[in-house]
Design a protein around this ligand. Structure first.
Ligand SMILES: *[C@@H]1O[C@H](CO)[C@@H](O)[C@H](O)[C@H]1NC(C)=O
Ligand SMILES: *[C@@H]1O[C@H](CO)[C@@H](O)[C@H](O)[C@H]1NC(C)=O
Ligand SMILES: *[C@@H]1O[C@H](CO)[C@@H](O)[C@H](O)[C@H]1NC(C)=O
Length: 353
């Protein structure tokens, strides 16, 4: 009787195990887990970042992985208008014309505009690995290019010079993040260092960071294929920046509420209380890295500020070493401490040397 009994229990165990798998699947779908960005029921990542967040007391209380990262037409409501029109950009729409906002969002009104990653991609990776490439001097001579390109998605921003630095920064660009101001400044300031055009390509998507009315106007004109009708960028032809192919799916817009949430929880700087406090906002690099942390399963950060930043030039593409510039509207030391802490918590991997 001994043998069959053991077999019986093994069979029972198997049934229970299979049943609990089914139950778990039902439970997760009831909770809506699969729709949460960055959370999958069958993670095949070695180190999915949400597990590391769950293990860390401080970051567990800060991260809300269900918050909408992108703004699109489907989220526009009279309540949203009322709320956001009480806050200044980049956290709101105070003083911005409603018509310009609504007409832009009406062009971003398919579910694709709600998502960073195209769902048509086959096969969908079971673990979305992202590299976010800042422009820090630490990348000069780093040889990290092939590792960066090996990620599923590569985020770049502002003056992301690639030509001549392929060995150090790679060549792949899935997302380019910017404000119209930082994009145009980069084209002017770093032209002589090789930043002669914004990265372009068929699979490349642009992430607009709303920091004034300029993003809404540029974004609308880019989709409509018309010159910018008014404002500081009046007459600009968007294809000069973004290339000839301009469907709505090519352009993404960060949600102002997402920028508020990031600032409030992760990068609340004492600079806010200083004389120019109302111009404070996280750097473009910080916004892109935090965007990746809220949409990818695994994130590597390259070219971001480290504690030994004085060893390196401001940017990797400079010809001579220049000290890092601390702008009054950013708090790079606070950002440095955040990347260090996220790295130590195993939530992201920060390239250091
Ligand atoms: C507007 O703000 C109020 C209070 O801050 C909040 O309760 C409400 O959910 C917000 N509505 C929207 C649509 O964001
Ligand atoms: C988006 O589309 C829906 C359904 O067609 C429509 O009701 C809504 O007004 C649109 N939103 C915007 C901002 O145009
Ligand atoms: C970049 O690295 C090279 C070789 O390691 C070095 O000679 C050069 O000075 C560095 N450039 C900057 C701007 O630091």
């Amino acid at each position: 009787m001994e043998l069959p009994r053991r077999w019986f229990f093994r069979l029972l165990l198997l049934i229970v195990a299979a049943g609990s798998g089914i139950l778990f699947a039902l439970y997760s779908s009831a909770l809506g887990l699969p729709t949460l960005p960055g959370i999958r029921t069958t993670p095949r990542c070695q180190h999915p970042l949400y597990l590391a967040i769950g293990r860390n007391h401080r970051f567990r209380g800060l991260f809300d992985l269900s918050i909408p990262v992108l703004l699109w037409g489907g989220l526009f409501t009279p309540e949203l208008w009322d709320n956001l029109s009480q806050h200044k950009v980049p956290y709101g729409w105070w003083g911005l014309p409603r018509e310009a906002i609504v007409s832009t969002l009406s062009l971003l009104n398919s579910s694709e505009s709600a998502k960073l990653f195209a769902t048509s991609r086959k096969p969908a990776p079971s673990c979305v690995r992202c590299a976010v490439v800042g422009n820090g001097g630490i990348l000069n001579g780093s040889g990290q290019g092939p590792k960066i390109d090996a990620h599923d998605y590569v985020f770049r921003l502002n003056g992301a010079v690639i030509k001549g630095f392929e060995r150090d920064v790679g060549t792949k660009t899935s997302f380019y993040g910017f404000t119209v101001n930082t994009m145009k400044n980069s084209l002017i300031s770093y032209k002589h260092l090789g930043f002669t055009s914004v990265p372009q390509g068929q699979d490349l998507r642009y992430i607009f960071i709303p920091s004034s009315i300029r993003e809404y106007l540029m974004l609308r004109s880019a989709i409509l294929g018309t010159p910018v009708p008014e404002g500081p960028d009046k007459g600009d032809r968007p294809p000069i920046y973004f290339g000839p192919e301009a469907s709505a799916s090519k352009f993404k817009l960060l949600h102002p509420d997402f920028i508020s949430y990031l600032t409030e929880r992760f990068l609340k700087s004492k600079l806010i209380n200083m004389p120019f406090g109302d111009v404070y906002m996280p750097s473009t690099g910080a916004l892109m890295l935090l965007t990746a942390l809220h949409t990818c399963d695994q994130v590597s950060a390259y070219g971001f500020i480290t504690s030994n930043f004085r060893k390196y030039s401001d940017h990797y593409f400079e010809r001579e070493k220049k000290p890092l510039i601390f702008y009054a509207n950013h708090d790079l030391l606070l950002e440095a401490a955040l990347w260090r802490d996220l790295h130590e918590a195993g939530i992201l991997w920060l390239y250091q040397r």
